[in-house]
Design a protein around this ligand. Structure first.
Ligand code: NDP
Length: 244
């Protein structure tokens, strides 16, 4: 199946920011979107809004750090729709701080959500896509997956990992399954809310002045999906024009 209309698309971290904007856009373009995140009140409101505009949307509570949760989320998608065409591994957290602050629990959280969460999505979705002999993974990395800046060592490490995992996946299963990395620059969302370190929080406030809206990232995701089946867009970097 080419294009976006009629595709079954699972989105992790759909309760705000880029995931939410992507859900709205893809549903408007005729996809069946299935949304996962921990804040189900947000998902319920979003699903109602999409349905009110005639779109197809469902949601299920999801914590991507738990493998069982991700397995049952993907099982739910397949039970509802009979297949999964696209998995958007979007859930992410970014509690920035300098390494010397030793916020080890926050390092663990970034590793758990940003790396393990993506791997859990692949583990749950790959057998389904291999059985279908078609599908597409869209994994959210970042400009931070290409360059490291102070306070962002661990976050960047997780986003470098997303690029490495995606490239390995593409090399191994590229015959049937498409693999796309989306690497946004600074984008308006709730991502910086998780920063507990005052220095990093202040630095981010300055950085975010040039942020682009999450709809800009949603459009790049739609572009990767709507290409013909024999065209695999491997990475899109989208940053504000004013971001260095
Ligand atoms: P938001 O904070 O707005 O959205 C993050 C989403 O991830 C939320 O829906 C949140 O939902 C979800 N999430 C967090 N932890 C978990 C978990 N354990 N299980 C399931 N869902 C989880 O930020 P963005 O929209 O900006 O982030 C989306 C992606 O884009 C991330 O991977 C981020 O790293 C990446 N990115 C963002 C950039 C930006 O400037 N905004 C730049 C580069 C990359 P809930 O809390 O309800 O579970």
């Amino acid at each position: 199946m080419s294009g976006i209309e009629g595709k079954v698309i699972a989105i992790t971290g759909a309760s705000s920011g880029i995931g939410e904007a992507t859900a709205r856009l893809l549903a408007k373009r005729g996809a069946h979107v299935v949304l996962g995140a921990r804040r189900t009140d947000r998902l319920e409101t979003l699903v109602s809004a999409i349905r009110a505009e005639g779109g197809s949307a469902r949601y299920r509570k999801l914590d991507v750090t738990k493998r069982d949760d991700v397995e049952s989320f993907m099982g739910f998608v397949r039970a509802e729709h009979g297949r999964i065409d696209v998995i958007i591994n979007n859930a992410g957290v970014m509690p920035l701080s300098k390494l010397e602050a030793l916020k080890v629990e926050e390092w663990d959280r970034m590793i758990d959500v940003n790396i393990r969460g993506v791997l859990h999505g692949i583990a749950a979705g790959l057998p389904i896509m291999q059985a279908q002999r078609s599908g597409q993974f869209i994994n959210l990395s970042s400009i931070g997956g290409h360059q490291v800046v102070p306070t962002a060592a661990v976050y960047c490490a997780t986003k470098y990992a997303v690029i490495a995992i995606s490239e390995g996946l593409r090399q191994e299963v590229g015959g049937d399954i498409r693999v796309t990395v989306i690497s946004p620059g600074v984008t308006t969302s709730e991502l910086a809310d998780s920063i507990s370190d005052p220095v990093a929080r202040e630095g981010m406030r300055e950085y975010r002045r040039v942020a682009i809206p999450p709809e800009a990232i949603a459009r790049s995701i739609a572009f990767a999906i709507e290409q013909p089946d024999d065209v695999d867009v491997n990475e899109i970097i989208v940053r504000p024009t004013a971001q260095s």
